[in-house]
Design a protein around this ligand. Sequence first.
Ligand code: SDX
Length: 467
Amino acid sequence: MAGQHEMRDGACPPGACSERWPMDPVKTDRESSEKIAAGKRDSLTVTDNRTGKSYELPIEDGAIRAADLRQIKVEEDEFGMMSYDPAFTNTASCYSRVTYIDGDKGILEYRGYPIEALAERSTFLETAYLILYGELPTKPQLEEWTWHITHHTFIHESIKKFLDGFHYDAHPMGMLVSSVAALSTFYPDAKDIFNPDSRRKQTYRLIGKMPTLAAFAYRHSLGLPYVYPDNELSYSANFLNMLFKTTELKFKPNATLEKALDVLFILHADHEQNCSTSAMRGVGSSHVDPYSATAAATAALYGPLHGGANEAVLRMLLDIGSVKNVPEYIKRVKGGEKKLMGFGHRVYKNFDPRAKIIKQVAYEVFDVLGRNPLLDIALECERIALEDDYFVKRKLYPNVDFYSGLIYQAMSFPMTMFPVLFAIPRTAGWVAQWEEMLQDPEQKIARPRQLYVGDRRRDYVPIDERQ
Ligand code: SDX
């Protein structure tokens, strides 16, 4: 069994080393100004009623450039018009080719491949390659990719001392955020972000080490010794090994659970410009190393409205307690007192396609591990919500988090590990989006504007004269 060692030049197994790296930068075919002049392109004509002036704003890919609004002024020395969009609900921050979502039709595609096909026929590592490189790997490419990820699963022994410093009941997501950031201190070469070879090595390290950091955090919370990676196991099986191996010499994963976890990883791998990906891109735009940017993305995912929702769903189902209590809980939700966690989505105004697949995986896992009694409560919540006008009017459907927690609980994961299980696969998406941002010639450091409505030019008041 090959030992753990840094990637050596020429150490790749047979098969072309990743000649697809770096990816093609996102190019956008800007229509020529000649076309504008000839009136041959789409445009928006706006009239400023304050001045009576009209402006023609080019429409590209269904959007106008916010910068084109700056020409709209009353006085020449003004800053110019801005758009106001709290939480960026209607603002495109970038061009991307990674993930396509159609929220009304419940469509999700990675690099154009439907999520349903990938969940059924691919593996997480193959899907991660697709998300990062833009194409499904050939056999040699997949072998090389798997070899590199497998040989970057170990973490520096000093990180164990760092993890041991956490309180026994530290939330594993807080440990993961901290330990991912700590990786930046072990790999100073990661600062060389415009070197494709360096970015490729950090990609191997991040995707390879996230499961190890996650498993070590889990073992710490149980007071159990850390289990080192087993290079003979698949990505998902090795994660189960590092989590659940006890005194046996060789961990033997349950094939159904290994497959279920791999499908869950595929479903969580990327989701275009969500909160954590925007954090990855935003923090990465300062040209910090990818470990620090990934720590920021992991922190964003920790929130209960984002990746922490699957943990919140389980707590909600336990709080409801039984099927007969569901109507009362739904009433509290409709009264605005509670949210139906695992329901609703900023983009999906139809079923989250991932939720449908996860629901199927749940039944397969329960066939092996026994039915989770909370499933009946979840199914009753879904049944009522899909009929009730409060939810139908707001287009609130089950999202990716509604059923995933039931599977994780059945697989003996504590609730605190649920967002960690989201962060592991999403690292592939975060890194792919970070790569795309770095290579996009239009991107620069993220720095939104504001509409200032506070006080101005106030005189300083000596402390004895203050009210
Ligand atoms: C993820 O962005 C992504 O892609 C994220 C994600 C990914 O893969 O990265 O898909 C993963 O984060 C899934 C979402 C997990 N979060 C939850 O399940 C938490 C519960 N859901 C909500 O908090 C909410 O639906 C959001 C945060 C997911 C979306 O919120 P929006 O788009 O800002 O919508 P909103 O809060 O403006 O809600 C619109 C209306 C409001 O009612 P009114 O003010 O119009 O009366 O719908 C209501 C909200 O109160 N509403 C809910 C609700 N979600 C929205 N009411 C009850 N229960 C809910 N879950």
